[in-house]
Ligand binder design. Structure first.
Ligand code: FAD
Length: 454
């Protein structure tokens, strides 16, 4: 029995391996041990030296399979029971690890999606994340949950169930009426610390980027921003977070091995939106908001809507006609605008065209611009650099016009037209106008080709 300054020291126990549970993850326990107490056998399982183990629990915390536990000798167990009884008499609560709860990484379970909302309307990226979250949760054999913060937002819980959530955690409080980093941070981390999800996903919107960074910093965990792919390494129970790296020249897959939760953000339109299932129900957990207004450092004085360039929402457009360096000058984008108008679409651009000052930055598509997923994407004189492709390659139908038959854009295009855009685009526009004319009713003066007719 150890005593320090007249006070009994709590026995820490020794780490030991539970039979049949090690998944040979690659010696994470050995790497975490500060006492050099772990060696690996030929099967990649740890052999722990009880003499060297100092009971620090680090190996238990990093084990992804919860295969290690702390073991007490009968004498130490008796001592601990006595200390717990004394503590209970003094009215102290037992720490969760003493009460037998799961500890370390294994205590974090389930996939959570943040439902971003404005005035009670959810941002569509929230539902797109529930779609990919469903696959991740199924692969982990875990629950998919949504968490909603706001004022008068209970209806969003119902919507979240419809988009696939098994559970919804809701904090509905007037203080959360408008987004402010401190209040949303407080609400988010109070929920995450209480329920311990192993994965938290947020939209890479302006709000989501702000909140995700703040939450990850407060929880001292990793965050992979702007992921284009999310999968599960089933053996290790790890989230594989894929995103372009080194200027888009490689796709990197990033793991958060030793911290929880694993956090990732995904831009709107990168993941498909799941089908809404009317009437689907789940478990609703209503939590209260604990931070008083006078403890929040930010006040909202006025809200001014941000007008986008020409009020065009390029990321939400169904048809995009996009131009690149081959357009040669700003005036030539008029040709693309004519085609876009006929198809009920909008005009986008590659970064080269933006950098040349031919189109405003809000129209840029790609890694440092918008990610789009329209029904139809017409790429005109765009070579198809990877930084452009990551922003549009998931479009339903891609048509590329380029005079270089080797241009990489043809690798993602469903239809390719090899030719000079100054001939192809006017010819296409002319033909569509003829079709529109043929299908127009006598009272219809519009030029537009409807979705059904085109
Ligand atoms: P080019 O590559 O010069 O291609 C022009 C194409 O037009 C050629 O294929 C040519 O054959 C064709 N062409 C020329 N004249 C005609 C004609 N008359 N008729 C038919 N075809 C013709 N790029 C983006 O687009 N979006 C981004 O978000 C983005 N982010 C980036 C981030 C980083 C960190 C970096 C390093 C780069 C980024 N880029 C981005 C730039 C990207 O690497 C390319 O340089 C850019 O996409 C090229 O634009 P482009 O295809 O218009 O021009």
């Amino acid at each position: 029995m150890e005593e320090t300054a007249g006070k009994k020291k709590k026995p820490r126990g020794k780490a030991r391996l539970m039979a049949g549970k090690c998944i040979a993850c690659g010696a994470r326990c050995q790497m975490s041990c500060p006492a050099d107490a772990i060696e690996m056998n030929e099967r990649g399982e740890p052999i722990i030296s009880p003499e060297k183990c100092i009971g620090c629990r680090k190996c238990v915390k990093v084990c992804p399979a919860a295969a290690l536990e702390m073991h007490l000798t009968p004498e130490e167990e008796k001592l601990l029971a006595g200390m717990q009884a004394e503590a209970a008499e003094d009215g102290e609560e037992a720490a969760p690890e003493e009460a037998g709860a799961k500890t370390g990484i294994a205590a974090w379970q389930g996939v959570w999606v943040f439902v971003e909302q404005n005035d009670g309307t959810a941002h569509p990226v929230s539902w797109e994340l529930l779609g990919v979250g469903r696959t991740l949760a199924d692969d982990l054999g875990a629950d998919l949950s949504a968490f909603v913060l706001g004022s008068n937002v209970k209806g969003l819980a119902e919507e979240a169930f419809g988009y696939g959530a098994d559970k919804v955690y809701l904090i509905d409080d007037p203080i959360l009426n408008h987004y402010r980093t401190p209040s949303y941070l407080h609400g988010s981390i109070s929920l995450i610390n209480k329920y311990k999800p192993e994965i938290v996903l947020m939209g890479a919107t302006g709000l989501g980027r702000d909140l995700a960074g703040a939450v990850a910093t407060a929880l001292r965990t990793g965050l992979t921003a702007d992921c284009t792919g999310l999968t599960i390494d089933k053996k290790m129970r790890l989230l594989e977070q894929t995103r372009p790296a080194f200027g888009g020249n490689i796709m990197a897959t990033i793991l958060t091995e030793t911290c929880r939760p694993q956090m990732a953000s995904v831009r709107p339109h990168v993941m498909p939106k799941p089908q809404f299932q009317p009437g689907k129900r789940g478990e609703l957990f209503i939590e209260s908001f604990q931070l008083p207004e006078d403890k929040i450092s930010t006040r909202i004085l006025e809200i001014q809507p941000l007008l986008t360039e020409g009020s065009i929402n390029i990321a939400g457009a169904n048809v995009i006609v996009s131009g690149g360096r081959g357009l040669l000058q700003a005036e030539n984008f008029k040709m693309l605008q004519d085609l876009a108008d006929l198809l009920g679409g909008v005009v986008g651009a590659s970064r080269s065209a933006i950098d040349a000052g031919w189109m405003p930055h809000a129209r840029q598509i790609g890694q440092t611009g918008k990610t789009v997923r329209p029904k139809l994407y017409i790429a005109c004189a765009i070579s198809g650099a990877i930084q452009h492709l990551v922003g549009m390659q998931d479009s339903d139908l891609i048509i590329a016009v380029n005079r270089d038959r080797e241009a990489p854009i043809f690798e993602v295009a469903h239809y390719g037209i090899i030719g000079d855009l100054f001939e192809v685009i006017p010819a296409l526009t002319r033909r569509l106008r003829e079709i529109a004319k043929d299908h127009r009713s006598p009272n219809d003066n519009s030029d537009k080709v409807s979705g059904d007719k085109s």
